[in-house]
Design a protein around this ligand. Structure first.
Ligand code: AMP
Ligand code: MG
Length: 347
């Protein structure tokens, strides 16, 4: 956590270098990460009031959409699905389900929030890292055989039901992005036009920074550097996923928290994926999907998901980008990494 905090300061540092005068900035902890909100066009009191409202809203979303802690609405949805019952949810949750289903299909189910049982089996729902051991292949295959998918869920207005009792939701790959989208709406409703909402290095901006485009950092998977800087325009989001963020270690081998739903095993070839896209929920879903897709399939999956800017770093440290992304990225590490530029596949 301390490492992540320093990294965020580094990212903020990049922003601050580009700003005059310094925008108002506050941080709080939620979703198990540091959320930082930067506001350039409002007096401190107005900015602070808006940030407090978003903090409360984020805390509520965290409590309601938590994947494994009892008491939230998502836990109730999971329990209802396990019993084969229908359940009514609020409009925000319906929207999250719809977007997640849509982009799960577009990603060929590489982004699959229905695999919560598998994520739990790998110990990413709060297992003690000190005593953790990898699950057996038998247990993994038994869960895979049940084929949990978002398309097993029926959404009728506010009512959700599910034909497959093995479907259990974990929105860890998309909820932060959706929360960032809702925060931007809230800021705009408060009359704020120039801001960044950054949830653990995943961010969206509105407006600009005193007449200049917001300039933000892309995290380096080594956890301490900023890999590159990029200018972002009104509404755009920069989202990064990587196995290095959370992992277990057993007998010297790392097991990352992003699971390939095809094999049931953690992703290990892709170290980091960054996408730029003007919607947080979709950018978040896409960064996870493309981490699974890896070097072999990122171009096709990005195209299917409608993503136009992608940067992938593989386990050897080589960076793959499409030409449009390469035009925007300025490396801040010295020496810069080896780069391979490849176009997105035609639709
Ligand atoms: P992110 O950091 O956005 O890539 O999200 C990673 C989190 O999403 C993990 O900690 C899991 O809770 C969950 N997750 C892991 N693998 C997948 C997957 N293939 N599809 C959807 N969610 C996943
Ligand atoms: Mg994600």
């Amino acid at each position: 956590m301390i490492r992540l905090f320093c990294l965020l300061l580094l990212v903020s540092g990049l922003i601050a270098c580009d700003s005059h005068p310094t925008p108002h900035r506050e941080q709080f902890l939620v979703f198990g990460t540091v959320v930082e909100i930067t506001i350039a066009d409002a007096p401190k009191s107005k900015a602070s009031a808006a940030i407090r409202e978003i903090e409360q809203d984020f805390q509520q979303m965290h409590d309601q959409w938590h994947a494994w802690r009892a008491g939230g609405r998502l836990a109730e949805v999971n329990a209802a699905f396990a019993r084969g019952e229908t359940i009514t949810v609020d409009p925000r949750l319906t929207e999250l389900f719809s977007t997640a289903t849509d982009y799960s299909v577009k990603s060929d189910h590489l982004f699959n929030p229905a695999i919560s049982q598998l994520i739990n089996l790998w110990g990413f729902h709060g297992a003690d890292p000190a005593t953790w051991t990898p699950p057996s292949d038998e247990a993994i295959q038994a869960l895979l055989a049940k084929h949990p998918r978002m398309t097993d869920i029926q959404i009728r207005g506010a009512e959700l039901s599910c034909a497959n009792p093995a479907v259990k939701l974990d929105f860890g790959a998309v909820a932060k992005g959706y929360a960032v989208d809702l925060a931007l709406q809230k800021l705009k409703q408060s009359g704020i036009r120039d801001a960044i909402v950054n949830a653990g290095g995943n961010l969206r901006v509105i407006g600009e920074n005193h007449g200049r485009a917001w300039r933000v950092g892309i995290r380096h998977p080594n956890g301490k550097d900023v890999l590159a800087a990029v200018s972002v325009t009104d509404g755009e989001g920069v989202f990064t996923s990587g196995g290095y963020e959370r992992y277990h270690e057993y007998q010297g081998k790392r097991y990352a928290h992003i699971i390939d739903p095809r094999t049931g095993y953690p992703v290990d070839q892709t170290v980091s994926i960054t996408v730029i896209y003007p919607n947080g929920a979709i950018a978040d879903a896409a960064s996870t999907a493309l981490a699974v897709a890896g070097q072999a399939e990122w171009q096709r999956i990005a195209r299917q998901m409608g993503i136009r800017y992608v940067l992938l770093m593989d386990a050897t440290g080589t960076v793959y980008m499409n030409p449009e992304m390469a035009d925007r990225v300025e490396f801040t590490v010295n020496p810069p990494p080896p780069v391979v530029i490849q176009p997105l596949e035609p639709a």
